[in-house]
Design a protein around this ligand. Structure first.
Ligand SMILES: Nc1ncnc2c1ncn2[C@@H]1O[C@H](COP(=O)(O)OP(=O)(O)OP(=O)(O)O)[C@@H](O)[C@H]1O
Ligand SMILES: [Mg+2]
Length: 480
């Protein structure tokens, strides 16, 4: 029970103390300690001083009363009341603490006193001396404060009793003055302590604040800031370590940027070489294979014309039909290998032509939307990559999805180009697809996207269609 209560108290304290700055914490500690010490010392000094001075007051009272008793004895015996009054006045004049003095005869009658306006009632009975005591002091509470009243019997009380009252007002004044001075000293020391602590915390926190500011800048990805080494202490070591870290980070960022640049150069080289090769094969197909097949067709025609037998002529015509079909396929293949429209008219026109071709070939409803491209052309390797990605995605839809509709969206926004190809077909499990060695389609899409710094995301479940998201950032210096 108790530890939990303590824990709760500590948590509450820390939620307040922990939330303030280091400067406030140190200033608070210094102020708290100085004030605590100042007040402690003041209270202790005040108590000791009061005790000592009270004891002194009592001693003073006894000696003053004894002196009075000794000097008053003769005067009482000769009944010289005037001289007695003089003696009392002198006693009061020589000691500033004496509030009153009076002489009582053995019958309890007051022979002389120092009260100008009548003797106070009850004072006489307030202190009496038993015959066996030399003196007796009692502390009386009056409306003027405490009074140390001392009674000393004269000749064992047979001649009378001398009484002197010493007021504590003087003592209180001294104690209050000393207390005030001590408090003033505490305030003065507090001010000096706070000034020193403020200076110290300024020296301590200045490098820490510098470090915090520099760390924020580094957090934002700027590795340029360096912090000065203010002193040869632990914080100085920390500053050095911080500077070493930012230098290492800056170097790493530079190397990363260089690697990125190299990779980008390599990627565009690979893609350009690949496209170049495809172009060459397409040209080859057009220039040699289709020329040969065309010559074959012309030869077949001549053969058929020269044939007398209708059977042979029909056979030759059929073969010519096969050759014509092959020519068409070669033409299609060449077109797919490298559509010249991509180079000449750009990505939107090439995609429109390709999608229109797919609609016819695959008997599929395909929606195509292109947004944000406008008149500006994308970098050639990006155009080629997007074209190939759409090409492979739609081929997959046609081959695997058994879908009725598909949609293609190309969108340029926020410094990136997104390609989204969706279908309503039978779907698949993206976790297992595209891993087998002979399946290169999805792998190729991912590679193309990643080589250009982008990424591929596939969302699909068996029976619920498939969506392919490709996002590729635009190069920084490309027109927006
Ligand atoms: N749109 C789709 N709908 C349903 N299944 C798909 C779709 N796209 C891909 N798949 C599945 O993912 C597998 C991997 O596709 P991927 O394109 O990588 O290889 P592939 O088409 O089989 O062969 P290729 O290397 O010729 O492209 C496919 O075999 C198919 O099962
Ligand atoms: Mg495929």
């Amino acid at each position: 029970m108790k530890p939990q209560f303590l824990q709760g108290g500590f948590n509450r304290f820390w939620s307040i103390a922990g939330a303030v700055s280091v400067r406030t914490k140190i200033l608070g500690i210094v102020l708290g300690l100085v004030a605590l010490m100042g007040l402690g010392v003041t209270l202790q000094v005040r108590a000791t001083l009061s005790r000592t001075m009270d004891a002194q007051l009592e001693e003073q009272g006894v000696s003053a009363t004894r002196d009075l008793a000794a000097r008053a004895a003769d005067l009482i015996l000769v009944n010289d009341l005037y001289a007695l009054h003089q003696l009392l006045a002198e006693t009061q004049a020589t000691n500033a603490n004496v509030r009153y003095a009076f002489i009582v005869d053995p019958q309890g009658r007051i022979l002389a006193h120092t009260f100008g306006a009548g003797f106070p009632a009850g004072l006489l009975e307030a202190n009496t001396t038993p015959p066996d005591e030399h003196h007796r002091t009692v502390v009386l509470t009056t409306d003027e404060g405490l009074v140390w009243d001392t009674a000393v019997p004269i000749f064992g009380g047979r001649v009378g009793t001398a009484r002197v009252g010493l007021s504590e007002t003087g003592v209180r004044q001294v104690v209050d003055t000393v207390t005030g001075q001590l408090l003033l000293t505490t305030v003065f020391v507090s001010i000096i302590g706070i000034t020193a602590a403020a200076f110290l915390t300024w020296i301590l926190t200045r490098p820490i604040l510098d470090l915090a500011k520099a760390a924020q800048t580094v957090g934002r990805g700027d590795f340029a800031p360096r912090v000065p080494r203010w002193a040869d202490d632990e914080i100085g070591d920390l500053s050095d370590s911080f500077n070493a870290m930012t230098r290492a980070l800056a170097k790493a960022a530079e190397e990363r940027a260089e690697r990125e640049q190299l990779r980008a150069r390599y990627v565009s080289g690979v893609i350009a070489a690949q496209e170049e090769e495809r172009k060459r094969i397409a040209r080859e197909l057009h220039d040699s294979a289709s020329q040969s097949v065309t010559s074959l067709m012309v030869g077949m025609k001549a053969l058929s014309d020269a044939c007398d037998s209708p059977e042979l002529r029909q056979r030759a015509d059929e073969l010519r039909g096969v050759a014509a079909h092959t020519l068409d396929e070669i033409h299609n293949l060449a077109l797919q290998l490298r559509p010249s429209v991509l180079d000449d008219l750009g990505l939107p026109a090439a995609l429109e032509r390709y999608v229109a071709d797919c609609r016819g070939r695959f008997h599929l409803r395909i929606d195509l939307a292109i947004r944000g491209l406008g008149e500006t052309r994308l970098p050639p390797e990006l155009e080629t990559a997007l074209y190939r990605i759409v090409q492979e995605s739609l081929t997959n839809v046609a081959r695997h999805a058994q879908a009725a509709t598909a949609s293609v969206l190309i969108e340029r926004r926020d410094g990136a180009v997104r390609a989204i190809v969706e279908d309503d077909g039978r779907g698949f499990d993206p976790g297992t697809a595209g891993t087998a060695e002979q399946r290169l389609g999805l792998y190729g899409i991912r590679e193309r996207a990643e080589l250009l710094g982008g990424k591929l995301t596939i969302e699909s479940e068996p029976g619920r269609g498939a969506s392919l998201f490709v996002e590729i950032p635009l190069p920084v210096n490309s027109p927006q």
